[in-house]
Design a binder for this molecule. Sequence first.
Ligand SMILES: Nc1ncnc2c1ncn2[C@@H]1O[C@H](COP(=O)(O)OP(=O)(O)O)[C@@H](O)[C@H]1O
Ligand SMILES: [Mg+2]
Length: 358
Amino acid sequence: MKQGPGFLHVARNVILVSLALFACWTAAFYITKSAYAYISWNPHDLISLLINAMLGFIFFGLFIVIIGPLVKGREYDFLHEMIQALRSISRGDFRVNLDSDFVKRNGRPGHNHPFAELVDSINDMAANLKVMEDLRQEFISNVSHEIGSPLTSISGFARALKNKDMDQEKREKYLTIIETECVRLSRLSDNLMKLAVLDSSEHASHKTSYRLDRQLVTLVLACEPQWDDKKIDMNVELEEVEIFADEDLMIQLWINLIHNAIKFTPEGGKIDVFLSQSEDKVNVRITDSGPGITKQDQLRIFERFYKVDQSRTRSMGGSGLGLSIVHKIVEMHDGTISVFSEPGEGATFTVQLPVRSA
Ligand SMILES: Nc1ncnc2c1ncn2[C@@H]1O[C@H](COP(=O)(O)OP(=O)(O)O)[C@@H](O)[C@H]1O
Ligand SMILES: [Mg+2]
């Protein structure tokens, strides 16, 4: 019988209360009896019964008042502990771990203690806030690092330029480095701004119906100077596809992917851009003939600030935010993005979007 433990608990309480009542009325009986003997009074049976009953109730009340807090004491202590935990969370100290065994030990068998859910929620909240706080700290340290290194380089070369004896060629070289680092800083602030806007819950996307193939052609042509410079063979095969999406965000998505493909493809390499539609899904595939990405790195390239090769990416001016912006935009359109790559054999990024996202 599943109800067994609950029934035993109720039975135990009934027996305890009955024993308390029995003790109180017995005490009342003997106390009144000796009091009557002491003052030599022999009251009527009814009067004696009423006085007895009243005294019994008073004793029982006192018993509850005295015993109650003793029984409830541990529970109050635990409540206090929970309040303390909430106070430390509000102060930003998330090292909170309430003893959930307490509620298990003190709950009625077969029933959840009323605090049980609260304790789990407080522990979960503290753990989640701790994760968010760690991410925030990591983000700040990444941003500081990304800002710090170009600034060091800019100030170093600017100081060197103060030397009046420097020849023109060296001067030009230093000025170019300073310019590149400034461009990097401004791109970083641009990307950070974009991420902040995408992250904010107030970001309203403006979705419209438009021709995705036309958008992709325009963007590939806009990048022509870059891929033409590297003599890249750009192969574009697009079906006519109409999509319902935020046009501006989509531009950002394709530009980031196409720029990466161009950036990582060596001179004389090849890039393919495919667009097709199958049922209610749109598939965009961008394949390059760059160095490829290892399986391990494929798991992390969508993380903010993640760069596979710090020095190579640095020389190419990346900050590791491009793909996290891509990921965010795909997510906002209920789509998916995947990467297929073997080191040394190029990389393929596939974006799948619903034709009409919610
Ligand atoms: N097409 C690609 N081929 C090889 N590696 C790539 C490619 N696209 C991205 N990566 C790797 O993923 C990392 C993250 O990319 P991304 O977020 O766009 O940052 P970045 O600002 O460096 O371009 C890059 O540093 C690079 O190492
Ligand atoms: Mg990039």
